[in-house]
Design a protein around this ligand. Sequence first.
Ligand SMILES: NC(=O)c1ccc[n+]([C@@H]2O[C@H](COP(=O)([O-])OP(=O)(O)OC[C@H]3O[C@@H](n4cnc5c(N)ncnc54)[C@H](O)[C@@H]3O)[C@@H](O)[C@H]2O)c1
Length: 278
Amino acid sequence: MVGRLAGKNAIITGAAGGIGLETAILFLREGASVLLTDISEAGLQKALEKAIELGQKASNSRLETKVVDVSKESDVEGAVSHLDSWGGVDIMFNNAGIMHPNDGTELETSEKIWDLTMNINVKGVWYGSKHAVNSLRKHGKRSGSIINTASMVSLVGAATPQVAYTASKGAVLALTRELAILHAREGYRFNSLCPGPLNTPLLQDWLGDDKEKRFRREVHFPMGRFGESIEQAHAVVFLASDESSFVNATDFVVDGGMTKAYVTPLGPATDSPRNLAS
Ligand SMILES: NC(=O)c1ccc[n+]([C@@H]2O[C@H](COP(=O)([O-])OP(=O)(O)OC[C@H]3O[C@@H](n4cnc5c(N)ncnc54)[C@H](O)[C@@H]3O)[C@@H](O)[C@H]2O)c1
């Protein structure tokens, strides 16, 4: 099969929905073998059904699932070693993350929420990066792509704070940059994906139907709308593929221009593309 990711083996964390699932479907369409991982077994089952239905998987590629809590190193290591029989990891998409409803200002946020957020959003990315490098070396790979999901909140401040989340995503950015430089001559690229606010449950459930909460955000959107997961997934395919062979250590921002905007336009929002799975 000819595809932009033909012959590559990929692991996606947080693959049960949102960015992770849209990416999985595109990866399959581009010829990759994919291990979908998530903490939610039920979510993974549904995601697998969607990926089979929509992924147009090549006959010689694989599609499997594994329950993984990214805050547990043994789980992450297990997912990576699961790919040994496939020929090792080529693409690691460390995407799982949480934004806890009890995360707020520095005064409101409890140590428990801080630690939970850091364990998933930062340690999870560390474990994923570390074991991906181990696998790349073990299998003698001359190239590999690790993509770590950060956020636009790692680039701009907000007066609607979630300090643990923001600090965690800042750590992802710095960690990714350092690893990118460290491993550059091995051919192992590391890039951060920095999504703008999206139309996924992670954010939309939190915003609910609170009009003021929504308005405070929407006024900053140059394109007048939230982003869709598929728009992130297309960027991830590029970062995962050899087309981005000279793209390393970037804060790859996919936010409709939000982090570059001062005064945003008036008028109706642009049309959103449709996600594949939802
Ligand atoms: N939605 C947004 O507006 C937005 C903006 C910027 C960055 N992000 C980031 O994008 C990533 C994906 O989020 P999404 O918007 O697709 O949301 P999502 O909630 O649809 O996806 C997150 C997935 O991570 C899984 N997960 C949670 N804890 C886990 C753990 N400990 N181990 C393994 N999996 C776990 C969840 O079950 C879920 O399937 C996250 O890192 C998030 O912080 C999202």
